[in-house]
Design a protein around this ligand. Structure first.
Ligand SMILES: Nc1nc2c(ncn2[C@@H]2O[C@H](COP(=O)(O)OP(=O)(O)OP(=O)(O)O)[C@@H](O)[C@H]2O)c(=O)[nH]1
Ligand SMILES: [K+]
Ligand SMILES: [Mg+2]
Length: 348
């Protein structure tokens, strides 16, 4: 019997079995068996050693990936926040591929990706772990989903899986001049200290260790992460309070729809998105159709979003909102916009 047949047999048996105290143990065993076979479906086949990637087209204004151990509620969250249904069930490895959905928030379309649960050894390729992590790295934000009823250790285990992936290609070391203040060994130690395991290092001048550290700190690109603790309907209010106070952590219950509005607010914050409204002379601003930009976007960015030639024809802009002292204020092309500003571009 093939794996798929075995799975369907067990699924049938589960649906046939009445749920009560007497069958609880038997059902538990069946679910464990089911999870075992489903996890085998995730393993790359012997022939194509790598297994297929989860290539999903990027769409919308930002991409958020859901990463976590099996059955923490990733699919339930996707189905709750988006119009897409991703199958959720009480056995592990329900999700076997990447399922995209769209969160509509503040006029932005945020792509949310549901992914298979990762397991220990994911970074070494177990259970398509590499593909899952590869997708996570294409995201603007990773939601690390955790089960609030489980021990704190799960967070460290999850971090370990995501961290070790970076240890792939290793370091390469080159210089165009003689180095008298650092050597390869020291550079390697410094980089490891900053958890950089993959990098091409090229010295163009005789730097000190401190100068190297300055460069590392200035260029560090962090993949923002937010810990989402689900299933708080199952724990005490004291425990909820304790978890909610941890840094970069938010508590929710997908089943009871608790705190999901706040999750969206925080998501928006972490993605650093802003809305800018455009206005034509003598007309009110178009509040129905805002432009979605990143925090730090300038008037020039706004011009590019409106039309690719607009920046060249730009004379000045009038801006109303928190980014200016007066409303309206005449600004140049490098002026930095803020959330909910209104802009009117005047051409040459
Ligand atoms: N008590 C409680 N159960 C939840 C909550 N959210 C999800 N669940 C349950 O947790 C189980 C797993 O949910 P899924 O959404 O399938 O979890 P997943 O992380 O997608 O699992 P895999 O795809 O197998 O990795 C299901 O039985 C859900 O009903 C919640 O907020 N509270
Ligand atoms: K599940
Ligand atoms: Mg799932």
């Amino acid at each position: 019997m093939g794996i798929l047949e075995k799975i369907s047999e067990i699924e049938k048996e589960i649906s046939r079995t009445q749920k009560n105290k007497a069958t609880e143990y038997h059902l538990g065993l069946l679910k464990a068996k089911l999870a075992k076979y489903r996890s085998q479906l995730l393993e790359p086949s012997k022939k194509s050693d790598k297994g297929e990637g989860f290539d999903v087209l990027k769409s919308g204004d930002a991409r958020v990936a859901l990463i976590g151990f099996p059955s923490v509620g990733k699919s339930t969250l996707l189905s709750t926040l988006t119009r897409t249904e991703s199958e959720a069930a009480s056995y592990e490895f329900t999700t076997l591929t990447c399922i995209p959905g769209v969160i509509e928030y503040n006029g932005a379309n945020i792509q949310l990706l549901d992914l298979p649960g990762i397991i220990e050894g994911a970074a070494q390729g177990k259970g398509r772990g590499r593909q899952v992590i590869a997708v996570a790295r294409t995201a603007d934000l990773v939601l690390m989903m955790l089960d609030a009823t489980k021990q704190d250790i799960q967070k460290q285990l999850l971090e370990k899986e995501l961290e070790s992936v970076k240890k792939g290609g290793g370091l390469s070391f080159n210089s165009t001049c003689n180095l008298t203040k650092v050597d390869e060994k020291l550079v390697q130690m410094i980089l490891h200290e900053y958890k950089i395991f993959n990098a091409e290092v090229l010295f163009r001048e005789d730097c000190t260790a401190d100068e190297l550290i300055d460069v590392i700190c200035a260029n560090r690109v962090y993949l923002p992460c937010l810990y989402v603790y689900n299933k708080i309907d199952q724990i005490s209010i004291e425990e909820v309070d304790r978890i909610a106070r941890q840094a970069h952590s938010i508590v929710v219950s997908c089943n009871m729809k608790l705190n999901l509005d706040y999750l969206l607010e925080i998501l928006w914050e972490y993605l650093a998105l802003i809305r800018v409204y455009t206005k034509k002379p003598g007309q009110p601003p178009d509040f129905n159709d805002g432009l979605i930009l990143r925090r730090g976007a300038s008037v020039e960015h706004v011009c590019h979003v409106i039309h690719r030639n607009l920046a060249q024809a730009f004379k000045y802009a009038l801006v109303w909102g928190t980014s200016t002292k007066y409303s309206p204020q005449r600004v140049g092309i490098s002026h930095i916009m803020q959330d909910e500003d209104v802009i009117q571009v005047v051409k040459k």
